[in-house]
Design a protein around this ligand. Structure first.
Ligand code: ARG
Length: 568
């Protein structure tokens, strides 16, 4: 429940002049000290229109207002201070969580509407980059969040599996490649051939002609070209799948760029019919100057289509196939211009749903402050990152809990979870530096810290059960004394549905990650000052709080795509 709303609606009933809920909400202040209540309404702004002193207004309002919903409402100088009835609210909050469990926070914002999410989308025959990792985990979390609020996400891996580079790759493979090499280490070998092509074509420009010829054969459906292309795609995808499996990410579609080969003619036709195509130095472009954008290059001089042409076909295909209410593209902010162009061309084509197309950009991952770059040798290999993270997790588990069962499985959940969490706790658009030691620490703002807090809550519950305590249920008698520590946990628990709403509205999983950190922190503070398992008449209430924390932490982690082991 929204405490501010409660205050606002009580105020609206007694205010002598009309103010909207938004206006009132904006006016509410949080008093600096607890003695002054939980929320305060300053009366200054009413003084002029009421021709009364703020102090008098506050006193009058305190008399008129319905006090029953609060512990008390008090005028202090020009302020009207609201003291929440924490005991009663605390009981309500815990009962709600215990009753709804994992469903807590669900709401119907989406009415089941379809939302394709273009995510991950690495390029065939090239290593998956940290940028693709970001796209994968952000997209995956958005899919969980959207489901939670009753949208229906469709996760699409728009593989980069077409383009003139495949002509080069086939040429290079024919000249220097071997099947055995590719089978042993597909992506690295294919990349090496491609790199060699670019080194050799400096002195042998005829290589470019060969490559163009191969790409033309590919486009024409030549069996030999197609066979190689298919094989490159297959072995690359197998390598990507290993990463997806470790991240527990699944896709609903692997329709990549090549899928749209037979769907681009229609786009060109529409553009022609609407007289949007212009010739510029032999190429076909759409002028976008009225959007303040550079022209979209639809067809090259040799007739080859481009990245944006395939994206136009994909956008239209998705509209027809899914009749989406929104269509998302989780792609790095270096492609912002591309997506602006995409939307602008769709608008020019008269597609009124262009406004439902959203680019969800994100910032760069750097290392030691430097941009990663394949050419400069500053690459981070994803599988290695995951392996190292798991290794570090294993070491810490060894120190903290050497007798833990299934150590290897837990280390995998903690190490992989740490990498995902670290990626998601940063606001999407921020660049951030990748330093593995920081990522996997059990203390501080990390995934393992949240996982550890959850495991701690579970361990308390196990101990309670061993002591014979009844499991805390929604039907239990809950009467919790709202100390400051307790109240800050309760407040966090209460915020969860609003947090989900915000995360969805802003397409920002970091809102949930930060929330999980706050809740974990509040819980650890509570735990440090409370003897939870003391056999007194508040035991059930304390267990209700601990169980609620376990439920919400687990659910928050799930929404991020991070596992929550019961023990670690
Ligand atoms: N394959 C592209 C890359 O690695 C990303 C594709 C993003 N999705 C799209 N529909 N353009 O840069």
């Amino acid at each position: 429940m929204d405490f501010k709303k409660q205050v606002v609606s009580s105020l609206q009933q007694v205010l002598p002049i009309e103010l909207t809920a938004e206006q009132l909400t904006a006016l509410l202040e949080i008093p600096k000290n607890d003695q002054m209540g939980d929320l305060a309404f300053p009366t200054f702004i009413l003084a002029k229109s009421l021709h009364q002193s703020p102090v008098k207004i506050a006193t009058d309002l305190a008399e008129k207002i319905d006090q029953s919903k609060f512990e008390k409402v008090q005028a202090v100088g020009p302020y009207l201070n609201f003291f929440l009835n924490k005991q009663q609210l605390g009981e309500q909050i815990l009962k709600t969580v215990l009753q709804q469990q994992a469903a807590y926070g669900e709401q119907d914002l989406g009415h089941g509407g379809n939302v394709p999410i273009d995510m991950s989308s690495p390029n065939i025959a090239k290593p998956m980059s940290m940028g693709h990792l970001r796209s994968t985990v952000i997209g995956n979390s958005l899919a969980y969040l959207l489901t939670k609020v009753n949208y229906h996400p469709i996760k699409i891996n728009h593989l980069g599996d077409w383009g003139t580079q495949f002509g080069k790759l086939i040429t290079a493979y024919q000249k220097w490649g071997s099947e055995a090499e590719v089978k042993a280490d597909p992506i690295n070998k294919l990349l090496a051939y491609y790199v060699r092509f670019h080194q050799e074509d400096v002195d042998h420009p005829e290589l470019d002609d060969e490559a163009r010829a191969w790409f033309r054969r590919l486009e024409a459906g030549d069996p030999e070209a197609i066979k190689l292309w298919k094989w490159f795609r297959e072995v690359s995808l197998q390598t990507f799948m290993k990463v997806y499996q470790r991240l527990h990410v699944e896709f609903d579609s692997y329709n990549g760029e090549a899928f749209y080969n037979d769907k681009m003619a229609e786009i060109v036709e529409i553009l022609e019919k609407k007289q949007l195509l212009k010739e510029s130095q032999g190429a076909q472009i759409v002028d976008l100057s009225k959007y303040d954008l550079n022209p979209a290059l639809i067809k090259k001089t040799d007739g080859a289509t481009l990245y944006i042409t395939r994206d136009l076909a994909a956008a239209l295909y998705r509209k027809r196939t899914y009749n989406f209410v929104q269509s998302l593209y989780v792609v790095g902010n270096e492609q912002t211009n591309h997506f602006k162009q995409l939307k602008a061309v769709l608008k020019e084509m008269g597609e009124d749903w262009a406004d439902q197309v959203h680019h969800i950009p994100f910032g760069l991952i750097t290392q030691g402050g430097h941009k990663l770059s394949t050419r400069a040798g500053r690459v981070i290999l994803l599988e290695k990152v995951l392996d190292d993270a798991v290794e570090l997790a294993q070491q810490q588990i060894e120190q903290k809990n050497p007798s833990l069962k299934n150590k290897a499985a837990v280390a995998e959940e903690v190490g992989v979870g740490a990498v995902i969490f670290h990626d998601l706790k940063n606001e999407r658009l921020n660049n951030f530096d990748f330093n593995l030691d920081e990522v996997v620490r059990f203390e501080g703002e990390t995934g393992p810290y949240v996982q550890y807090s959850h495991a701690r809550a579970q361990s308390i519950l196990r101990k309670a059960q061993a002591l014979g305590a009844k499991p805390a249920a929604a039907t239990a008698n809950i009467a919790i004394a709202p100390t400051a520590d307790t109240w800050s946990v309760l407040k966090q628990l209460n915020d969860f549905p609003m947090i989900i709403q915000r995360a969805v509205k802003e397409y920002e999983p970091s809102v949930v990650a930060k929330y999980a950190l706050h809740l974990a922190k509040a819980f650890n503070q509570y735990y440090a000052h409370t003897r939870v398992l003391e056999q007194d008449d508040q035991l059930t209430s304390r267990l209700a709080l601990v169980r609620s924390v376990a439920i919400v932490l687990q659910e928050a982690l799930r929404l991020l795509g991070v596992a929550a082991p019961d023990e670690m």
